[in-house]
Design a protein around this ligand. Structure first.
Ligand code: GLA
Length: 389
């Protein structure tokens, strides 16, 4: 694939690529919809991701081409940019805009993008392309941002330029991911530990619902506002900055402050999910996959019933998983509203799981899911070394 990309670059731009970068996508094992509430999350980088190949040009133009999409953009270097429609190139354009607004000196670039993350699958294709572009510009123009600063600016681009009020988990995971490790990330302090992803005889399956996601962004932003409303209500009596600053017991004593029943459900999910991540971290450290798996099921139920971000397709994946004795646990991963589920499946039972979930899901939904056996990979980096291999 990598050599093909270099060939494609040459075909498109009639010159050799000079630089190449890769940033992965991610799955989140547990800790959903709590990153923007200062919670603990447990994501891993996966080996699917976004590749960017680049060569500088002397005509002061950014040329964006993709092997995944037909739409392209040629835009002159100027002071800044605004989002243009819903096209894929808004993500790198937003990053370039950020670098320019911070007075970094950039020059024209011919850019080729290729991603093997299924689009709109909830595996963070957007964070992946943002972080790859930010890493690439920083590398090429010597802008001097630390990796954490790149993560923070990529999140800001997603919030301000793209308009999704996401937390920091995805950008962090795709930048700091490590092979065969899960990140235990505190989204308030941004302290993290890369812990062994101790799955024993289990493997991680990713099940893509293949459901086209609609309204996901507006629903996502609605959840963020509901959490802000819950925090405001609790702050009448509690000195806290984030919902995840309190545990479930403290919440129980103060939940009467939240009058709106929907807001109450959202806050209950957030605070209980944060406690579940702490238990999950212990279970992972002890190699107790049965316990970890049960916490995944509990997390899914809460996302379904209290946070209401699941959906028929994701629920069917979990429903089937519960009937298969080779599965320790399953849940939706990422924002929800479609996208992907994940399951911990015994290695020896993977083929049967794959076959049966295909039949079960197709029977109930009317089209097939895509099932992958996932490998946990490294975070963003340069592909320079491979240029001529
Ligand atoms: C999306 C967002 C993340 C996070 C998850 C849900 O992936 O980008 O910041 O909120 O949803 O956990």
């Amino acid at each position: 694939m990598k050599n093909d990309l270099y060939r494609e670059f040459k075909n498109i731009f009639n010159k050799e690529a000079e630089n190449a970068w890769f940033s992965p996508g991610r799955v989140n094992l547990i800790g959903e919809h709590i990153d923007y509430n200062g919670g603990l999350v447990m994501p891993c980088a996966i080996t699917f991701g976004t590749y960017i190949l680049a060569a500088s040009n002397n005509d002061g133009i950014f040329r964006f081409r993709s092997l995944n999409f037909d739409d392209k953009l040629d835009i002159p270097l100027q002071e800044g940019y605004v989002k243009k429609g819903e096209s894929w190139f808004n993500y790198p354009l937003g990053i370039i805009d950020y670098f320019l607004t911070e007075n970094n000196k950039l020059s024209g670039l011919d850019l080729l993008f290729y991603g093997d993350i299924p689009i709109s699958s909830g595996l963070s294709s957007s964070a992946s392309i943002e972080v790859a572009m930010a890493y690439g510009l920083n590398d090429l123009f010597g802008c001097g941002y630390s990796k954490l600063e790149l993560v923070q600016l990529a999140k800001e681009v997603e919030n301000e330029f793209i308009g999704v009020n996401c937390g920091i988990m995805d950008q962090f995971a795709v930048a700091f991911g490590e092979k065969d490790k899960a990140l235990m990330l505190n989204c308030d302090s941004l302290e993290y530990k890369a812990v062994d992803c101790n799955l024993g005889e289990y493997v991680l399956a990713i099940i893509n619902t293949n459901k086209p996601r609609k309204l996901a962004e507006s629903k996502y932003n609605e959840r963020v506002s509901e959490c802000q409303a819950a925090l405001k209500a609790l702050q009448q009596e509690l000195d806290i900055q984030n919902l995840c600053d309190i545990d479930t017991a403290t919440f129980r004593n103060h939940q009467y402050l939240i009058k709106d029943s929907t807001v109450l459900k959202r806050a209950t999910h957030v605070i209980e999910e944060n406690d579940r991540v702490k238990l999950a971290a212990k279970a992972m450290a002890n190699g107790d996959i049965a316990e970890f798996g049960q916490l995944m099921y509990d997390s899914h139920d809460s996302l379904k019933n209290l946070y209401e971000v699941s959906g028929k397709e994701l629920d069917i994946i979990v429903e089937y998983s519960k009937t298969n004795p080779d599965v320790a646990g399953a849940r939706m991963t990422g924002a929800g509203f479609g996208g992907c589920g994940i399951a911990l499946v015994k290695q020896g039972g993977f083929d049967r799981f794959n076959r049966e979930i295909n039949e079960y899901y197709t029977g109930k939904i009317g089209y097939a899911p895509s099932v992958y056996r996932s490998s946990i990979g490294d975070g963003v980096g340069t592909l320079k070394a491979m240029a001529n291999s």
